[in-house]
Design a protein. Sequence first.
Lengths: 114, 113
Amino acid sequence: NAGVTQTPKFQVLKTGQSMTLQCAQDMNHEYMSWYRQDPGMGLRLIHYSVGAGITDQGEVPNGYNVSRSTTEDFPLRLLSAAPSQTSVYFCASSYSLGSGQPQHFGDGTRLSIL
Amino acid sequence: AQSVTQLGSHVSVSEGALVLLRCNYSSSVPPYLFWYVQYPNQGLQLLLKYTSAATLVKGINGFEAEFKKSETSFHLTKPSAHMSDAAEYFCAVSTNTGNQFYFGTGTSLTVIP
């Protein structure tokens, strides 16, 4: 009964480093997404996927890369970390947005870029 | 495109008082509407959803919301606030023609003892 699992929970990086935020779901959901949450700005969509092998950009995709090789996993890659990417990152999944299904969220990854 | 506006980034109520959190949406097609709650250092948890059935939707923890098409609103209410209701609340919209959720900027609820 894990739901959406994000790892790591906390991470500190130096400017220019790269890293991958992991996201896995065990609900056989087709739709997965990544958001960043910043004070006063709500949740902003970075990338999303409607199924294995299919990804698309959201509102704030620059500096981030994604892939979806399996239904279960949707990793988010920071190519060259910048202080502006300091944020809390949430992964979410849904059976189908088009039928009004809600998204289920992970507990988040708190990322600091020095 | 769709959008959500949450009026009031901070709301304070006394314990036992009515909670009213406002959400207005914009959508050119019939919307699906959601309220989520976020407790400190946690992810978002679904409170309730509207998907074109009953316009008055009941959720968890005693919350409910009413869909009003004429006012393009989906306000969240609870008759009597508890200390445990202190959290951040997000309204969101999606549609059957899109691939995205659109979130409001959130309302932080403080409950005063």
